[in-house]
Design a protein around this ligand. Structure first.
Ligand code: AKG
Ligand code: FE2
Length: 421
């Protein structure tokens, strides 16, 4: 009989292990689903995009979920968005499936990065859902702790007092909470309490430009910007079909060319074909050579990128560092003297190409291309051309980059008489 009971017990233990294992699997699956719910709408900058294609079969790790949460915070900071703007579907038209645990996760991430307003708002989003009876792993008291602490940090002492009181109701003997409550009450008497009237937006020039703020243009400078039909200085192909050329900016000179690529050509480019593999791509190359007057045989193949919601490209120079790593780029072709950036899609909101040093914001417009020189005539990198792709807020952004190299341009873009130019 004892043997039988022991055998039964072992069976039970094994069953219990099996259930644990299944639960772990289910939890992993839930994480995958959560991750996709978030990542669907989140960072797809070129690096993440590449990673995603290579590794999407892998189970997401904590760092992936943290990255997705950080993406949400970044978009909120740049465009001044509240959680309900993202979850309620007012922006995208699609209510987001973010539940209390995901909202709490974003709150934690925001708190860790000292974005206390956002931590507070996401923790209250989570608490609202928990109070409505939505099932969650996160405990109500944990949420109250986050609410109490983050409101203290951004100076809303009214809320801080309120949430510390709530915490005390759960645990009346908690000495730490008592002390914190009395600190909050003292602050409330001695200092004006802050409250969230509008979200703190980032003052970083790059992010301000993404919102359309800080564009450095004067009416006088604007008056010197023109548009024209260009024949590229008498290029026979452009003589037959002149191209629409607009001055987007004066310093650095940025030109926009409109309607330089057809629907079919855009489709083929988005399919990521290499220059030599398709006559259509070769003809787009020819058009770029005609329009810019530059030698394209040393140019890089098209680099196509797609950004989803939150997808961005941080400020950078396209020109490569010549020193101190000799050989870090193909010396025979030389540095990236110029960039042609083709917009293969419109973007409903966000996704501008901005130049934080120069104070420029260029809006994506399907079928148009912008062109600028990355190098000064003396061959040095032009810091004025530092640029970035703003996060996409609504829509999907497709671009194709053509980086033109130095060699072959010696007689097409001559050096000047001044060393510093
Ligand atoms: O996305 C943009 O607007 C800019 C992209 C860019 O700068 C790049 O791919 O090098
Ligand atoms: Fe770039």
């Amino acid at each position: 009989m004892a043997d039988l009971i022991a055998a039964e017990r072992e069976l039970l233990n094994e069953l219990s292990d099996f259930i644990d294992m299944e639960e772990t699997n289910l939890r992993n699956l839930k994480r995958v689903l959560e991750f996709f719910a978030v990542s669907d709408r989140l960072p797809e900058d070129p690096e993440t995009h590449k990673w995603f294609r290579e590794k999407y079969v892998r189970f997401p790790q904590q760092e992936d979920l943290d990255g997705a949460a950080l993406g949400i915070i970044r978009v909120q900071e740049i465009y001044g968005l509240y959680p309900e703007d993202l979850t309620g579907g007012s922006l995208t038209g699609i209510p987001s499936p973010l539940g209390p645990d995901e909202a709490f996760h974003i709150a934690q991430e925001a708190y860790q990065h000292r974005r206390f307003q956002l931590a507070f708002l996401w923790a209250s989003e989570s608490l609202t859902q928990v109070e409505k009876g939505v099932e969650a792993d996160v405990m109500e008291t944990t949420l109250l702790e986050y609410l109490a602490s983050s409101s203290w940090h951004f100076g809303d002492f009214n809320e801080a007092v309120f949430f510390h009181q709530q915490l005390l109701q759960h645990d009346p003997m908690n000495v730490t909470v008592r002390e914190q409550l009395s600190q909050c009450e003292t602050k409330l008497l001695s200092e004006p309490s802050a409250f969230i009237t509008s979200l703190e937006k980032s003052s970083d020039p790059y992010m301000a430009l993404c919102r359309g703020e800080g564009i450095k243009m004067t009416p006088q400078r604007q008056g010197a910007l023109f548009c024209r039909y260009s024949t590229g200085g008498g290029n026979p192909r452009l003589m037959c079909a002149p191209v629409k050329e607009e001055d987007e900016w004066d310093n650095p000179p940025i030109k926009r060319y409109r309607d330089i690529i057809s629907e079919r050509e855009m489709e083929i480019l988005s399919a990521w074909l290499h220059d030599h593999e398709d006559p259509v791509v070769a003809s787009v190359n020819q058009r770029i050579a005609d329009i810019t007057g530059l030698y394209l045989k040393n140019a890089e193949t098209f680099q196509v990128a797609n950004y989803g919601l939150g997808g961005q490209y941080e400020p950078h120079l396209d020109a490569l560092v010549r020193f101190p790593v000799p050989g870090s780029f193909d010396e025979k072709a030389g540095n990236r003297i110029a960039t042609v950036l083709i917009y293969l899609s419109d973007v409903q909101y966000g996704g501008a190409t901005v130049f934080p040093v120069a104070g420029v914001a260029v809006q994506p417009q399907k079928g148009s291309a912008v062109f600028w020189y990355n190098l000064l005539r003396n061959g040095q990198r032009d810091n004025n051309t530092r640029h970035a792709g703003c996060p996409v807020l609504i829509g999907s952004k497709w671009i194709a980059n053509k980086w033109i190299r130095e060699r072959g341009q010696e007689f097409r873009r001559c050096c000047s008489l001044y060393e510093s130019e």
